[in-house]
Design a protein around this ligand. Structure first.
Ligand code: PMP
Length: 337
């Protein structure tokens, strides 16, 4: 194999470029750097979790030839698992709440997953799609429940790949890492690697409103009763196994009114077409830069691309219904972060 050829699907997961966001680096006097996770083959950071979970299950003998991957997921993890499954010869069954868009169901079916929509139910209800996924995996011969929230192979893969990549790409000069939490695999995995390698690296959670991680890292409780967010894929209400004992120094809350301005700034001034979680992450990076002052090397995650959100985040009518205003006067909106 020649040096610059990636080996199949496996070879194209990770090793994403670290992008310097020029306007924000200039405005803050810090390096504001985002890993381009939208360039993974399935288009999101969750390809890493999917690969980590599947390879760990293979190594532990939980997934054997002819096996079936089962997961409850509405989004990027399902895409990642379906593609990893195809590349490695496993069938994938995805349980999805029937409140999710037909677009997502169509996409998962188009890439080869068997999709089973189920009535939406809260996590504590046994009819919740995650619990159905667990039971289904037990019933199917050679079934394997990916369990992205509490399977720490998710976090471990980030500690083995994303963390070391960020360290190497910054020549070890990274001073901070900021990201939001869905399962917590990215935040916990990268933070634990960087803290071990360089203990003074500051690790920060950027949380949307309506989630509990800010309260958890700041105050040790799970209060969430003050607002909401349109961001998909993030906004965690419980301490998952991936988040447990993660070495996190601080947490910020980022309001959607600022997130949306950052999202459009990144698109119109930087040419980066991203989803809401990426904008929350970049807001978190800028908040840290403004708080701690110039000279830092602050890294974050650009989780997925805007294509998935055209009918929502990039639809003026939908934005109006949500009372979200993307208009900006240059970078004045940074004052409100
Ligand atoms: N952004 C998006 C768009 C996602 O789909 C996810 C995963 N649910 C995340 C961020 C958060 O990643 P993690 O699960 O590693 O916390």
């Amino acid at each position: 194999m020649t040096k610059h050829v990636m080996n199949g699907f496996r070879g194209t997961v990770g090793n994403t470029p670290l992008i310097r966001i020029e306007s924000l680096s200039k405005a803050t006097g810090c390096e504001i750097l985002g890993t381009a996770e939208f360039l993974n083959p399935g288009g999101s950071v969750k390809d890493r979790a999917a690969m980590g979970i599947v390879e760990d299950a293979e190594a532990r003998g939980l997934l054997k030839p002819g096996g079936v991957i089962v997961e409850g997921t509405a989004g990027n993890t399902g895409i990642g698992l379906a593609l990893v499954g195809n590349a490695k010869g496993y069938r994938t069954v995805i349980l999805i709440p029937d409140t999710q868009s037909q677009e997502k169901i169509n996409l998962l079916r188009a890439i080869g997953a068997e999709v089973r929509p189920v009535p939406a139910a809260p996590y504590k209800d046994p009819a919740n799609y995650n619990h159905i996924a667990r039971r289904l995996a037990e019933e199917i011969e050679n079934g394997f429940w990916a369990n992205q929230f509490d399977n720490t192979a998710n976090r471990d893969f980030h500690a083995r790949t994303t963390g070391p990549e960020i360290y190497a790409q910054t020549g070890g000069e990274v001073t901070a890492f900021v990201t939001s939490v869905g399962t917590g695999g990215t935040l916990a995995g990268v933070a634990s690697f960087l803290k071990e390698k360089k203990p003074e690296v500051r690790t920060v959670c950027a949380d949307p409103y309506g989630a509990a991680m800010w309260s958890w890292f700041k105050n040790g409780n799970l209060d969430t009763d003050d607002g909401d967010s349109v961001a998909e894929g993030i906004g965690q209400g419980r301490v998952t196994k991936n988040i447990e004992s993660a070495p996190i120094d601080d947490a910020y809350r980022i309001h959607d009114s600022v997130m949306i301005k950052m999202l459009y700034h990144l698109l119109m001034k930087e040419g980066l077409f991203l989803g809401a979680s990426s904008a929350i992450n970049v807001c978190g990076a800028v908040k840290l830069a403004l708080e701690k002052g110039p000279g830092q090397v602050i890294t974050t995650i650009l989780c997925d691309d805007g294509q998935r959100y055209i009918s929502r985040l990039y639809n003026p009518e939908w934005l109006k219904e949500q009372n979200l205003d993307p208009s900006r006067n240059d970078l004045d909106f940074l004052d409100g972060i």
